[in-house]
Write a protein that binds this ligand. Structure first.
Ligand code: ADP
Length: 454
């Protein structure tokens, strides 16, 4: 007896997150159905599943993004709920709606909330209305008239950034430093957005020159209750992709953080949000500016698990199944500090993907060390998917202790057969600027440039 509204969960994902979700399901006594591509037939989550179904070839468009095949697999297997993981269909409102229409539970927020957050203009509007601080700029469609556009950008103040309302994955953005570049930047971004996202709508906001990326994890249930579970700092990015994350965000006034957290949970209640979610902010000169909300479990959720002791994926499944939140805000635990390194199969200097067979796979250990990975010795890193092969997560009583453990763990972890970014992580963990904490989102790229790397 699980006490939830379902007993069997279909996991519509692959890699480490399929395994992570499966572990949470098994902890809750739920059966798992794992759908997979031909390339993933030998995956650990597939082997451990109560039922596994191949839904298509390696190409994700024909397998992990194939909604018909996934819904058919749910029907054939008798699954009662679908967990989308991250990426793939996790933020596809139409898929969430189809899952619900098929009489299944979508382990995520209502489709309407996904749809709203997938439109960054609508999201900003809703967040501002709910009292969440946003980046300066109008939350409305842009005027057609060139003179009106110029006046708008001048009022915001250069530099400004043109962003696609339907953008994602760090694409569909263009910085404009002077009035002479504005109209062309708008036209080019509009055209790119139309092609890439099927939605030409763009908007303008202030471009913050040296912000940090700080995010707030929330969890909400069906009964209007929501808590925030601390902050994360994900400022170490390359090409808008996060590389190394930590919790909590260092050096931020706890009182300010509590105010932002409270605004996030109030916003969840205002929009009828449910499940796990992340409010992403840029933080500059001590001020928070909302940029977007992710309506799914995130890669970096583990650092929050380490600093709260809460199994976030288990809780996500529980609230989807109708359970009430287990804590009031005052009861949410928070202790110590955690880091997460995304270990990618790639050349640490050129960042070119490095698929192939892993011949050596030595994992680190000791107190506070956790590795979430679907890989092992003999594992074939396929060229078809994201290059992340593991997440190395460490916890310590203090940031200094966590950092010391991170350095040791990175030394202990040895992978051969393919190239990985472990050498990059080792260098970062030894870097004085990173050790001091609170670097901005351009720090890593500046650092790589000085080192003569891409
Ligand atoms: P995506 O959905 O593509 O990830 P985001 O809105 O989250 O788009 O922005 C991704 C990244 O782009 C941010 O983490 C930040 O590095 C940069 N960015 C976005 N908006 C701004 C802004 N107003 N000023 C400065 N940088 C920005």
């Amino acid at each position: 007896m699980t006490g939830l509204g379902f007993k069997t969960v279909l996991i519509a994902n692959r890699g480490e997150i399929a395994l992570r979700v499966q572990r949470a399901c098994r902890t809750l006594g739920l059966r798992t159905v794992v759908v997979h591509s031909e390339a993933d037939a030998d995956a650990l989550a597939v082997r451990q599943a109560d039922m596994a179904l191949c839904i298509g070839p390696a190409n994700a468009a024909a397998s992990y993004l194939n909604q018909e095949a996934i819904l058919l697999a749910a029907e054939l297997s008798g699954a009662e709920a679908v967990h989308p993981g991250y990426g793939f269909l996790s933020e596809n409102a139409a898929f969430a709606a189809r899952v619900e229409a098929a009489g299944l539970v979508f382990i995520g927020p209502p489709a309407a909330a996904i749809r709203m957050m997938g439109d960054k203009v609508a999201a900003k509007q809703a967040m501002r209305a709910a009292g969440v601080p946003c980046v300066p700029g109008p939350d409305t469609a842009l005027p057609e008239d060139p003179a009106a556009l110029q006046a708008l950008a001048a009022a915001i103040g250069y530099p400004v950034i043109v962003k696609a309302a339907g953008g994602g994955g760090g694409r569909g953005m263009r910085v404009v430093r002077a009035a002479a570049e504005l109209l062309e930047a708008l036209a080019v971004t509009r055209e790119e957005a139309r092609r890439a996202f099927g939605n030409p709508e763009v908007y303008l906001e202030k471009f913050l020159t040296a912000p940090r990326h700080v995010e707030i994890q929330v969890l909400a249930d069906h009964y209007g209750q929501a808590v925030w579970l601390g902050s994360r700092d994900c400022s170490l990015q390359r090409r808008h992709q996060k590389i190394l994350e930590e919790a909590p965000a260092p050096g931020i006034d706890p009182q300010l953080l509590a105010e932002i957290g409270a605004a996030c949970t109030a916003a969840c209640r205002a929009i009828g949000y449910r499940g796990l979610g992340t409010f992403e902010f840029l933080v500059e000169d001590g001020a928070f500016y909302f940029i977007e909300m992710n309506t799914r479990v995130q890669v970096e959720h583990c650092v929050t698990e380490m600093t709260t002791g809460i199994d976030l994926v288990q809780q996500q499944i529980r609230v989807a199944g109708g359970a009430r939140l287990a804590w009031t805000q005052a009861e949410v635990p928070g202790f110590g500090h955690a880091f997460e390194c995304r270990i990618n199969a790639e050349n640490p200097k050129t960042f070119a993907p490095s698929p192939g067979v892993i011949t050596q796979w030595d994992l680190p250990g000791g107190p506070g060390v956790r590795v979430d990975s679907h890989a092992r010795a003999g594992f074939v890193v396929a060229p078809h998917y994201d290059s992340m092969i593991a997440k190395l997560i460490v916890h310590g009583d203090s940031r200094a202790e966590a950092l010391a453990r991170l350095r040791i763990a990175l030394d202990e972890m040895q992978v051969s057969g393919i190239e990985t970014n472990l050498p990059l992580h080792r260098q970062l963990a030894a870097d004085a600027g990173f050790a001091a904490g609170g670097v901005d989102i351009h720090y890593l790229e500046r650092w790589l440039q000085q080192d003569g790397r891409a």
